[in-house]
Design a protein around this ligand. Structure first.
Ligand SMILES: Nc1ncnc2c1ncn2[C@@H]1O[C@H](COP(=O)(O)OP(=O)(O)OP(=O)(O)O)[C@@H](O)[C@H]1O
Ligand SMILES: [Mg+2]
Length: 289
């Protein structure tokens, strides 16, 4: 498989007809013992017991090695394909591309956990199994979890402040992501991380399938991406019965609006964004096109 130059520079690679292993130079040594470089494969029996489980589909957990902690994720299909194909993939290119995207994000100053290793293992019928290892952000929880946590609720002044800070930080990091030309294929509240100890700095995760344009994202794509985020909020509120005040949405949008660092970037007018929050995707499209 042709590896992008930036991946080749940052990772040691073992490739054979049976798979591909990428280990991050400098960081990868710590977890090298988890892998069989000859197969190449992640050997689950070498992981030991997880330090903690993670929310989500249960395919990710935190493991320790060399006094550090890492998130090990067994990648699975999303959406309709999942019941059919589960964790088997035809091609591994999207995972290599995901690794490349995280490197480019870091270069653009957009916080995302560093990828430490990727193992693609060819199984029966030629299908691939993919394991992705990232550094753990120890005090992080996803934004949905963060804003609905009782300790970040409106009752205490400190909780309120933390929650507002995290929402603004999310607005800023998504803005920086768009300004750098990235479009997130699955922008939702569970793919934004907020830090309990440092809510002013949010992270973006799960960039598989995302794209980077040569220029800052065009307005229509920004709105499209933000509308997707808004739909995910609607869905989470609907399925959980929890409510997120409109003020939080406006806070996010206003942080997004104000954070533009790149003078050349197009800024969607705040009233469009507010309309997106207020009216949802369908009405928004009608407003813009
Ligand atoms: N590097 C990390 N550090 C700390 N927590 C993380 C990290 N990566 C993921 N998490 C947490 O684990 C949860 C599950 O993440 P993950 O993306 O691995 O699985 P998923 O969301 O179920 O899968 P996908 O989004 O790819 O469909 C995240 O919402 C987040 O709370
Ligand atoms: Mg996710």
């Amino acid at each position: 498989m042709a590896l992008p130059d930036d991946v080749r520079e940052a990772f040691d690679a073992w490739e054979s007809a049976r798979g591909l292993l990428l280990l991050r130079r400098g960081l990868g040594d710590t977890v090298a013992g988890w892998f069989d470089t000859a197969r190449p494969a992640l050997l689950r029996e070498r992981l030991g017991r997880p330090v903690r489980a993670l929310p989500g589909r249960g395919e990710s957990a935190v493991y320790a090695a060399g006094g550090r902690t890492f998130v090990v994720k067994r990648c699975r299909h999303g959406g309709l394909l999942r019941p059919l194909t589960g964790d088997r993939f035809l091609r591994g290119g999207r995972f290599v591309e995901e690794v490349a995207l995280t490197l480019r994000m870091a270069r653009a100053g957009i916080a995302t956990p560093a990828v430490v290793a990727l193992a693609l293992t060819r199984r029966w019928h030629g299908l691939l199994l993919a394991h992705l290892v990232t550094e753990e952000i120890p005090d992080a929880r996803d934004l949905w979890n963060f804003v609905t946590a009782p300790e970040n609720g409106p009752e205490s002044r400190a909780g309120r402040a933390r929650r507002r800070e995290a929402i603004r930080a999310a607005g800023r990091v998504v803005r920086a992501f768009h300004d750098a030309g990235f479009y997130h294929a699955d922008l939702n509240l569970r793919n934004l991380l907020a830090r309990e100890g440092d809510p002013a700095r949010a992270l973006i995760i799960d960039v598989a399938g995302s794209r980077q344009r040569a220029a800052p994202l065009a307005e229509a794509e920004r709105i499209d991406n933000l509308a997707r985020l808004n739909r995910s909020l609607d869905k989470l509120c609907h399925t959980s019965g929890a409510a997120v005040p409109r003020a939080d949405l406006l806070r996010f949008l206003s942080a997004y609006h104000r954070a533009g660092a790149d003078a050349g970037a197009t800024t969607p007018p705040l009233r469009h964004l507010a309309a997106a929050a207020a009216a949802g995707y369908t009405r928004l499209r009608r407003l813009l096109w």
